[in-house]
Design a protein around this ligand. Structure first.
Ligand SMILES: Cc1cc2nc3c(=O)[nH]c(=O)nc-3n(C[C@H](O)[C@H](O)[C@H](O)COP(=O)(O)OP(=O)(O)OC[C@H]3O[C@@H](n4cnc5c(N)ncnc54)[C@H](O)[C@@H]3O)c2cc1C
Length: 421
């Protein structure tokens, strides 16, 4: 609703898709703010982002947090949550106005990623839907595909997923086995996908399949597979270590016949599309990683300042104080790098190497901070009722998906030892 209010107030110019200017302002650094989650700091944002952030914070506090435990048991979040988020303009903010979106740069979606992480509620798969799936359709879809699908993703009427990984091929993407064989004007798809975020609830899934198996990664094409198509089935929701309210499942394609109009982008160009979209995926994982660490730090600071021990508070023990100092310093170093990446990406200047650096370093940081947070909460940190406990298990997947951190290091090292690569 607030997004609508902002729209009506003519604030749309602030959401311009034009490259954002270089940032310089009087805004304070989060490191010197009362908390790392303070609204109104960080140079990359302005007052419009602050208003949007407040709305997101209220949304996660009122519409998500009170129900999240229930959704953890269900293994999914209700559809109505998606349409509520859509009503507020929280979904697919970067989709151009012509297709119902706000046409913003990546700073508005970054506010949504961060606020979700601050809430400690990993259930809604908004980032996958809004900032991984929707950009593929925006950037590679035909006019018909964009007009038909994007407005539904923006409103939350449809949920989107991306199917790359297979039981026998994750990091080694070139080795996927799913095929799409041309038959007249149609393609016939056979194969399967695993670990698909939003897969169970998705109305549309972008599926990577080989249209030319002899060409490895260069024979990959993308297809828009809609729920209910004959030959397309979903497995059960997978039981995960964490992120229990987020639906993740297997997908199966058995002689699934799709028309040519289901092809997303050019035949055989799927790998290039995936490579082009990965920096944004890695940036959002990095930003969510630092944000989750910021939240853990604040919960831990509060807990240790409140917890009585040895005739004082835990936080008064020098070892604990030093640990908090290390945690905050590490987070602020990560935040500075990620904010720089967000600024670069909002000006369309973020390259794959820097996105990989951010993804690997910040997700390792997230796990380290979550571990320290659990330790300083003592036994309570091991209890599910504590956010820090969930943050520990929820964060563990971050160094694995979106390209395992070892793969990130591989990409970074290639740019060092073979700069022209
Ligand atoms: C909760 C969750 C959600 C996911 N969501 C999606 C989704 O929506 N869509 C999707 O397509 N996929 C998704 N994935 C899959 C994810 O991207 C893959 O799990 C990931 O890419 C790793 O692939 P893999 O599991 O096959 O591991 P493997 O490729 O078998 O690798 C196993 C481990 O080996 C190491 N390793 C692998 N390659 C190298 C190398 N070259 N050098 C050094 N070490 C290496 C790494 O430590 C890696 O973690 C999700 C996974 C999870 C757990």
């Amino acid at each position: 609703m607030a997004a609508r209010v902002l729209r009506r107030a003519g604030a749309r110019r602030a959401f311009s898709a034009e490259p954002a200017p270089a940032y310089a302002s009087e805004r304070i650094n989060a490191a010197t703010a009362p908390t790392l989650m303070e609204i109104g700091c960080r140079d990359i944002f302005d007052e419009d982002h602050d208003a949007f952030r407040q709305m997101c914070r209220d949304f996660f506090a009122n519409e998500v947090k009170p129900f999240h435990k229930e959704w953890e048991k269900a293994g999914e979040v209700p559809r109505e949550l998606w349409t509520k988020a859509g009503d507020l303009g929280l979904l697919a903010c970067m989709v151009p106005e012509a297709y119902g979106g706000l046409g913003t740069d990546c700073r508005f979606p970054a506010v949504v990623w961060e606020e979700q992480s601050y809430s400690g509620c990993t259930g809604p798969g908004f980032a996958m839907h809004s900032d991984i799936v929707a950009p593929y359709i925006t950037n590679y879809g035909t006019e018909e595909q964009k007009q038909r699908i994007l407005p539904k993703l923006v409103s939350g009427e449809w949920i989107g997923a991306l199917g790359m990984t297979e039981p026998s091929a994750g990091s080694d993407f070139a080795n996927i086995k799913t095929t799409a064989v041309k038959d007249g004007d149609d393609y016939v798809i056979n194969g399967s996908k695993v670990f698909i975020t939003n897969g169970w609830m998705a109305d549309v899934t972008i599926v990577c399949a080989k249209t030319d198996a002899s060409k490895g990664a260069h024979g990959v094409s993308l297809f828009l597979i809609e729920d209910g198509m004959k030959g397309f089935t979903k497995g059960n929701k997978l039981e995960k270590m964490g992120m229990k309210a987020q639906d993740t499942c297997e997908l199966f394609f058995e002689d699934l016949r799709v028309p040519k109009s289901a092809l997303l982008g050019e035949e055989g160009k799927g790998f290039y599309a995936v490579m082009s979209e990965l920096p944004q995926e890695r940036l959002l994982i990095a930003d969510m990683g630092v944000s989750a660490a910021e939240a853990v730090f604040e919960w831990t600071r509060d807990y240790t300042m409140d917890r009585s021990a040895f005739k004082g508070k835990l936080s008064n023990l020098q070892v604990v104080g030093h640990k908090l100092a290390e945690m905050k310093t590490d987070i602020c170093v990560g935040r500075a790098f990620v904010d720089n990446c967000i600024a670069l990406h909002s000006q369309r200047k973020l390259d794959s190497v820097q996105a990989s650096m951010a993804k690997y370093w910040c997700t390792d940081l997230q796990c380290k901070i979550a571990d320290a947070g659990v330790q300083l909460h003592g036994g309570w940190g091991y209890m599910w009722e504590y956010d820090v406990c969930k943050a520990f298990v929820d964060g563990r997947v971050q160094p694995i998906y979106g390209g395992a951190n070892e793969i990130m290091k591989e990409l970074i090292s290639r740019s060092i030892t073979n700069p022209r690569h």
